[in-house]
Design a protein around this ligand. Structure first.
Ligand code: FAD
Ligand code: SF4
Length: 542
């Protein structure tokens, strides 16, 4: 079959806030004298399909990119009107009225999927080509080892990798510059980072798992514009985590829990911790009588400034979540993702004008001179301080925010890579989780259904095992198969045959693309790769 081939000035992988901001900025910079061919690719069936609704949005970057966003009817309506910060113990809650609150003045509660769809319309009206339903699986290199574009994955292969009737070859998309905007733990970003040593001499990147549900609650329980964050229970003091409750429009409430993936106990199950959280006396009354309408899970970066990788490689740049621009102390990364995309666009445009490989390293200087750097610098010590436990972390956060104002003359180094932190099962305490009650708490399989996840079964498994024996010989033997617990959608299951010999079964169709297995597997034996384009969760159906 003949290889398909296309050419652009710039190709952007990922139509999230970072990729779309870069595309819009590039299109704004282009002119009749300097027209540009820009292409954005996304694996979701439509823009926003893989982007989870229920976000506190800082509009600073959007106001710089499209100052008329209100006139152009961006889907941003609900201002944050109230902030709460609560420390939970098993039965009690301490409300910290102003101390340690996450300030959200001038911020909005939005559906980020809808915002990205609106941004895609703005980009298309400026001539950007946006192609969805295409997983990008390969990076292309020229004969000097410079990235020269990307290749989309084949569609229509069977389980053994043989072409089926509907087979379509991948398309080579050549471009003078490639921007990787895949979000957290992108598969191409991981490969490029290893090839060019982008994380070398930096702290290792660390992550959290973010679980989220969207609820419709009775009107009398809803307080539109309210943002609540909690810390503490159900996690024990040495495990980092933070929950959030956002009161959106239409009596919708987004509730979620982030658990730091540096946790040690292999029996910990982040999904079950989240289900327990909802039964806390400070939270359950909000959800009672309500209906859960969506579920999602994703990784978030937690390494902050200390773990930012080298942001450029020959022929391209890392932007947004791919680079790790999330402000973990505030659980906000949309505005920094957008700003990084805009700065990348300026650097790339400069390179295109000069028609030579511009100094891509200039991107790092631009980031350092921007408000992204200032924001990440001021909060750089907050997350690492929680490595010393909940109360030392809270105390340090208060000091850092109110005494040092983020300008402490020291930097706490970030942690070890997350896959190295599990202790052996033999020295760990099993955790007994209560059964879900089906009205406030639920099981994993009913949750996958609410993420509208779909994968065709007869295709190559997108969850690859480097060594198929390790799940039993190492993971089961030493850690009691932790993938059965950290995967939020029960993709991994240890089954036993008639001779009682255990083996790992992988239910890849349930995968919500959170990439936790790729991060937390103790020997890095599991590799997440993108499945056929257009598959995975679909949050735009909400
Ligand atoms: C549960 C949760 C809650 C959050 N809450 C907030 C909040 O309240 N406020 C806030 O500001 N931030 C929040 N964040 C963080 C915020 O969502 C991210 O920082 C932001 O979305 C990053 O934007 P991005 O464009 O870099 O990546 P993403 O938004 O992740 O977009 C990446 C896109 O790339 C596509 N893609 C990835 N790989 C490929 C590939 N190989 N081929 C083709 N397409 C690909 C994906 O389908 C996706 O559409 C939250 C994150 C999570 C997980
Ligand atoms: S298989 Fe991996 S990427 Fe998929 S849902 Fe489970 S942990 Fe997440």
């Amino acid at each position: 079959m003949q290889q398909k081939h296309k050419e652009y000035d710039v190709v952007i992988v990922g139509a999230g806030p970072a990729g779309l901001s870069a595309a819009i900025k590039l299109a704004q910079l282009a002119s009749q004298q300097h027209p540009l061919k820009i292409c954005v690719l996304d694996k979701g069936p439509e823009v926003g399909a893989h982007i989870i609704p229920g976000t506190v949005f800082d509009p600073t970057a959007l106001s710089e990119l499209i100052p008329t966003w209100q006139v152009k009817k961006a889907p941003i309506h609900t201002a944050v009107t109230r902030n709460e910060f609560i420390v939970l113990s098993e039965k009690k809650s301490i409300r910290l009225s102003s101390l340690l609150q996450m300030k959200n003045k001038g911020h909005y509660l939005i559906n980020l999927g809808l915002l990205t769809r609106w941004m895609a319309e703005q980009a298309e009206s400026l001539g950007v080509e946006i192609c969805t339903g295409l997983s990008v699986t390969e990076v292309l290199f020229d004969n000097k080892g410079r990235v020269s574009g990307v290749k989309t994955g084949e569609i229509g292969l069977d389980r053994e990798g043989h072409p089926k009737k509907n087979h379509q070859a991948g398309t080579e998309i050549k471009a003078r510059y490639t921007l990787l905007a895949e979000g957290c733990r992108g598969s191409l970003t991981k490969m490029i980072s290893e090839k060019y040593g982008l994380q070398q001499n930096k702290s290792p990147q660390t992550y959290g798992i973010a679980l989220k549900e969207l609820w419709e609650v009775p009107a009398m329980q809803h307080r539109m514009g309210t943002v609540t964050h909690t810390i503490g229970w159900p996690l024990e003091n040495q495990t980092y985590g933070k929950s959030f409750v956002y009161h959106l429009e239409n009596n919708h409430v987004a509730i979620g829990l982030i658990v730091g993936l540096d946790y040690k106990n292999p029996y910990l199950d982040p999904f079950q911790e989240f289900q327990r959280l909802k039964h806390h006396p400070a939270i359950q009354p909000l959800l009672e009588g309500g209906k859960r309408i969506a579920f999602s899970a994703n990784a978030v970066t937690e390494g902050g400034l200390q773990a930012l990788p080298k942001l450029y490689f020959p022929g391209g740049l890392l932007i947004g979540g791919s680079a790790g621009f999330l402000n973990v102390a505030k659980i906000k990364g949309t505005h920094t993702a957008m700003k990084s995309g805009m700065l990348a666009a300026e650097v790339v445009f400069d390179g295109l004008l000069r028609s030579r490989g511009s100094e891509l390293s200039y991107f790092e200087r631009k980031v350092k001179e921007s408000w992204i750097w200032d924001e990440l610098k001021r909060t750089r010590n907050i997350r690492p301080a929680f490595r010393f436990g909940l109360w030392p972390g809270l105390l340090y956060s208060a000091l850092d925010a109110y005494v040092f104002r983020g300008l402490a003359p020291w930097t706490i180094p970030s942690a070890k890579p997350n896959h190295t932190t599990l202790q052996k099962a033999a020295v760990s305490k099993p955790i007994e989780y209560p059964k879900p009650d089906g009205s406030i708490s639920f099981d994993k399989l009913s949750s996958v259904q609410l993420s509208n996840t779909h994968h065709e079964e007869n295709q190559p498994n997108h969850l690859k095992l480097v060594n198929p024996e390790i799940p039993i010989l190492v993971n089961l033997a030493l850690y009691d198969a932790p993938e059965q617990r950290y995967c939020p959608t029960q993709v991994y299951e240890i089954v036993r045959n008639s001779l009682d010999i255990p083996q790992l079964q992988i239910h890849a169709k349930n995968c919500v693309h959170c990439k936790i297995c790729d991060i937390k597997d103790p020997t890095q034996n599991i590799q997440w790769t993108p499945p056929q384009g257009g598959e995975g969760p679909n949050y735009s159906k909400i």
